[in-house]
Design a protein around this ligand. Sequence first.
Ligand code: GDP
Length: 365
Amino acid sequence: GFKCGIVGLPNVGKSTLFNALTETQAAQAANYPFCTIEPNVGQVSVPDARLDTIASIAKSAKVVPTQLAFVDIAGLVKGASQGEGLGNQFLANIREVDAIVHVLRCFEDDDIQHVSNHVDPIADAEVVETELLLADLESLEKRVPNAQKRATGGDKEAKIMASVLGQALDLLRDGKPARLTQPNDDEEARLFEQAQLLTAKPVLYVCNVNEEDAASGNEYSEKVFAKAKAEGAEAVIVSAAIEADMVGMDMDERLEFLKEMGLEETGLNRIIRAGYDLLNLHTFFTAGPKESRAWTVEKGAKAPQAAGEIHSDFERGFIRAETIAYDDYVSLGGESAAREAGKLRQEGKEYVVKDGDIMLFKFNV
Ligand code: GDP
C-alpha cells in the first residue's frame, strides 16, 4: 500500500494530529479484522461520499472504504544528514514513504515551547528540508560524476542518468528540491524515479493553527502557502487542537462542532484526501449485495493492474472487466439498469481505469 510519512520539528503538533488520525480510525478498526496495528503506523480510511451512494443503490450489507497509511516519523535532529544513529534512521524512514506530510507550527502559545523560541514556519520547514537536501546532495555529488565517466565510456543509460541527475544536482546546489527536476523523456523520468531522492518526494505542508484561525488561516499559513506554490508542493490549514477535540464524537456532533468553527469538513479528511492526490492515486469500486468497496490505483493504471489490487489471481488470469462509469451507475440506478441501457462496457487489458469506475473482473483460474 501507499504510505505518507508525518515529519516536523518537536512541539509542532505531530503527535496530536497522528493520534487524532488513528484514534478516530480505531473506532472503525473493528471493521478491519486483518489490519495489523503498529504503534507508529495508522491505516486510515479515505473518505469518499460516492461509496455510500453506490452501497445504497447496490443494497450492500457491508461498506469498505479504501485505505492509506500514515507513519509517524519522529526523531529529526539537526545534522541528520551527516549523523549516525537517530539521524540516519530518520532519513531511512523517509526514504521508505511515498509522500511527506510536513507539519508546521502556525500557532502562537506562550505555554508551549518552540525549539527556536519564536514561531516561524518557514524557518522551521527549512531546518527539515536542509537535512533532506544535504543527504541528496551528498549522494548526487558521487553519482553524477560517476555516471558522466561511464557515459564517456559509451554507456548509453549512464548518459541519460548523467543528464537527468545532473539537472537535479544543479537544483540542489541552488538550494532547491529535486522535485523541480523536469525529465526530458520517459527514460529520464524512469531513471530519476529510480534514484529515490528524498527531496523528489511529493510534500504536503500542514499548517497547524489555533482554533480561531482554522477557517481562514493566518499570516503564518499564508507564507507557507506561498512557499508550497513556489516549490511544487501542496498545503492545507488544520487545527490539531480541533481535531483532538473531535475524537470520540459521532458524526452529527462533529458536523455541529465544525459548523460552529465555520468549517465544513474535518482537517483530517482534508489531509487524507490531499495525501491521496499527492500520491497521484484514484479510486475504482466494486459493488454488490454482499459489499461495496473502494480500491486504490495509481492514475494511468490499466484494468489488469486494478484487478491485481483485489487478488493477484485476478491479474494473472485477467480476461476482461465489465465496467460502468460512476455517473451512469448512479443516474440509471445500478448494474442491471446500466446493462440494459448499454452502459456496461466490456473492457480489455489495455483499458486505463477511470476515477469512479465500477468494475467486475472476469478471469481464468
Ligand atoms: P509534536 O512534538 O510535534 O508531536 O507535538 P505535540 O503534538 O506533542 O504538541 C505539542 C504541544 O502543542 C502539545 O501540548 C499540544 O497540545 C500543543 N498543540 C498542538 N497543536 C496545537 C494547536 O493547534 N494550538 C495550540 N495552542 N496548541 C497545540
